[in-house]
Design a protein around this ligand. Structure first.
Ligand code: ADP
Ligand code: ZN
Length: 212
């Protein structure tokens, strides 16, 4: 199964992507994670990407298209893959088509804007990759990671004003992809629920038709 995961920032793409990856035994890649890693390492690409990310804007298409092209041509994607956060614009979707990869489904996790703002303002992350919410998924000790014990922090682009920018970018540039994939007959919309496990159940039900 070759799957695209869509949804507003904070809709829970990363969480569901990990669950699908585990259940279907196919790799998941997040362009957001890859870009954050590049920023951390201070590579040329990271330096270029950082200002866009901190402002809540999309990194230029050619940058992410390059990353995805490398990734999809690697051997581990031969039995399927999940793209979390790519494509995020019509030119990116067209570039993906031009690579000749067949996409089976574009799954959109739908969450209302008010909910998104509430979720992201409470999000806390750890450098080990773990992610929490002060209300919905609080760590055992406030501001300390359950997994590794390190101090939690607010992702730079989760600042209130940046969240609104990211939502605007989503509606203006990414949401039109729903029509793009609906026209190809492969769009699936799932309602993002308060409980992660409810969302997962809906996602798995929607994908069950691809099971061999
Ligand atoms: P979220 O979905 O919560 O916004 P991500 O981790 O997916 O978080 O993305 C974080 C940031 O990385 C985005 O705001 C954007 O600046 C950049 N980014 C990620 N994927 C793409 C993409 N496909 N095209 C352009 N920019 C991207
Ligand atoms: Zn941790």
């Amino acid at each position: 199964m070759n799957l695209i995961l869509m949804g507003a920032p904070g809709a829970g793409k990363g969480t569901q992507s990990a669950k699908i990856s585990e259940k279907w035994n196919i790799p998941a890649v997040s362009t957001g994670d890859m870009l954050r890693a590049a920023v951390k390492e201070g590579t040329e690409m990271g330096v270029k990407a950082k200002s866009y990310m901190d402002a809540g804007q999309l990194v230029p298409d050619e940058v992410v298209i390059g990353i995805i092209k490398d990734y999809l041509s690697s051997d581990k994607c031969k039995d399927g893959f999940i793209l979390d956060g790519f494509p995020r614009s019509i030119p990116q979707a067209e570039a993906l088509d031009a690579m000749g990869v067949k996409i089976d489904a574009a799954l959109s996790i739908e969450v209302a804007d008010e909910k998104i703002v509430e979720r992201m303002s409470g999000r806390r992350v750890c450098s080990c990759g773990a992610s929490y919410h002060v209300v919905y998924k609080a760590p055992k000790t406030a501001d300390v990671c359950d997994v590794c014990g390190a101090a939690l922090y607010v992702r730079a682009d989760d600042a209130a004003e940046t969240v609104l920018n990211r939502l605007n970018t989503y509606h203006a540039t990414t949401e039109p992809l729903k029509d793009y994939y609906a026209a190809k007959g492969i769009l699936i919309c799932v309602e993002g629920r308060e409980e992660v496990s409810d969302t997962t159940a809906a996602v798995m039900a929607a994908l069950s038709k691809f099971e061999a």
